[in-house]
Design a protein around this ligand. Structure first.
Ligand code: ZN
Length: 464
């Protein structure tokens, strides 16, 4: 029997013990050893002048390219083929002579990306799964994990969240067995100071228990997927429930924070949701400052922005110079951002991102054959919709699956149809299907668009 299976048959009290044991292991990995020193160095770099931080990044990049060339079969072959030497890569622009690296290339031969300088006992297994389910396994090291956590802790400290702050966590981990139909739908990780709420039990019948639990525990900080936190928020608004206190912070990660989710969260909790963008592959990190602007963490990885065909959005490419075990150079993470040309008054160096559009979704194919890549604008002002998802099986027609809020009525339906028509044109057929819960992906995330048309699917696009 594997550990997950054993966990699932334990009584909930023992699951708390198991969650805490795992929490203790993770805490040691993330924050033990040299971590305080790594964190201090990261904090010291916060307000470095632009030139100094760029120099730092470029030096890291050049050393890393040498490491790739000397120790990693894939990059050895690639650099030889391109006629480049490691010293040629001393700035972001110089990376353009190399091709973009996709997940598919890595999946074809995972071992070609393992650096032979990192002994196998120092390698930690890691994996990520995309929204389409195409997973990626790779390796990392303890130091690489800690350098990433240093950047995450630094961002939290900007907002006053100190390590050791109790957190209500709404994520994709299966902490409560699916068969359980009575509370508690949460488990405690005491060493990590987390109340782990299940994202898989948040249906109409159970949401009151979640609200009660938050009212009882009063965690100062709520963190997790925006699709889950806003689900809670809209339930509170609909049922006129409150949690009896105002949390100090709400932070979100792992999914795009959509405009209507921001509004719902603020209305229900009275707190502005803060966001950061990161990836397990450590190729890019973007953090929100106190003034609400999104800053590229230039000292963490070498981030490039590649213009999309439309010209106003950019794909995120990154080089993970903090992870010597599994180098990724110009890796296309599959996310999109809009850039800002403003400087932020907070004086942090580096580029400012206007908006994190997040993970690319499947495309909606309109009657005229056009592909619509971003659909959340349709739902921006639909405050009475709890959740929505677009489902498409043939070009030129699609269904919007809607979970209604309590106050949803015909006016909302008419508004939804007219907002949609404004964006997709009247020749695309749109129907609405009402449902009580939208199915999540294997990692608990909510997809905005699910397409059954081969060329509308994101994985089809990745393969090209
Ligand atoms: Zn700022």
């Amino acid at each position: 029997m594997d550990l997950e299976r054993i966990y699932s048959i334990l009584p909930w009290q023992l699951q708390n013990v198991a969650a805490s044991a795992e929490g203790w292991r993770v805490k040691r990995l993330q924050f033990g050893g040299d971590f305080p020193h790594i964190l201090k160095e990261a904090i010291d770099r916060t307000f470095w002048p632009l030139e100094k931080i760029q120099d730092y990044r470029n030096r890291q990049l050049r050393d890393f390219m040498r490491h790739c060339y000397e120790t990693t079969p894939y990059f050895q072959a690639l650099l030889r083929k391109s006629g480049a030497i490691p010293d040629d890569f001393a700035c972001l622009d110089s990376l353009r002579r190399l091709p973009v690296l996709t997940k598919h290339i890595i999946q074809e031969d995972y071992t070609a990306f393992l650096s032979n300088r990192i002994p196998s006992k120092a390698r930690l297994p890691a994996h990520t799964s995309g929204t389409t389910g195409a997973g990626l396994r790779f390796s990392t090291t303890r130091e690489a994990v800690q350098r990433q956590w240093a950047v995450w802790c630094r961002y939290r400290l900007w907002h006053g969240i100190y390590p050791g702050t109790w957190c209500a966590y709404f994520g994709g981990r299966s902490v409560v067995p699916l068969s359980q139909d009575r509370p508690p739908f949460w488990r405690h990780n005491y060493p990590g100071k987390q109340i782990l709420f299940s994202g898989y039990h948040m249906n109409e019948n159970n949401l009151n228990y979640y609200i009660e639990a938050i009212r009882r525990f009063q965690p100062p900080w709520i963190h997790g997927y925006p699709s889950l936190i806003s689900l809670l928020a809209s339930h509170m608004i609909d049922k006129k429930l409150d949690i009896g206190y105002q949390p100090g912070w709400i932070t979100i990660g792992a999914e795009n924070l959509l405009e209507h989710q921001k509004k719902l969260i603020f209305e229900a909790f009275g707190v502005k949701a803060r966001q950061h963008y990161g990836s397990v592959e450590a190729v890019a990190n973007i953090s929100e400052c106190e003034l609400g602007n999104l800053h590229v963490d230039e000292d963490f990885s070498a981030v490039e922005f590649l213009p999309e065909e439309s010209g106003c959005r950019y794909r995120v490419l990154g080089t993970n110079f903090t992870n010597p075990a599994f180098p990724l150079v110009r890796y296309d993470i599959g996310d999109v951002v809009s850039l800002s040309d403003r400087q932020c008054a907070c004086n942090r160096p580096g580029r400012v991102v206007e908006d994190i559009d997040g993970r690319l979704e499947d495309y909606v194919i309109l009657a005229n054959g056009a592909k619509l890549g971003r659909t959340d604008h349709i739902f921006k002002d639909m405050v009475n919709i709890r959740e929505a998802q677009i489902y498409q099986t043939e070009p030129g027609a699609f269904t919007i699956r809607v979970v209604r809020g309590t106050h949803y009525n015909e006016t909302d339906e008419a508004m939804l149809l007219s907002e949609t028509a404004k964006r997709v044109g009247s020749d695309t057929k749109v129907s609405i299907e009402y449902t009580s819960f939208l199915k999540r992906s294997a990692t608990g995330k909510l997809r905005q668009v699910v397409s059954q048309i081969p060329h509308g699917r994101l994985d089809a696009r990745e393969a090209t």
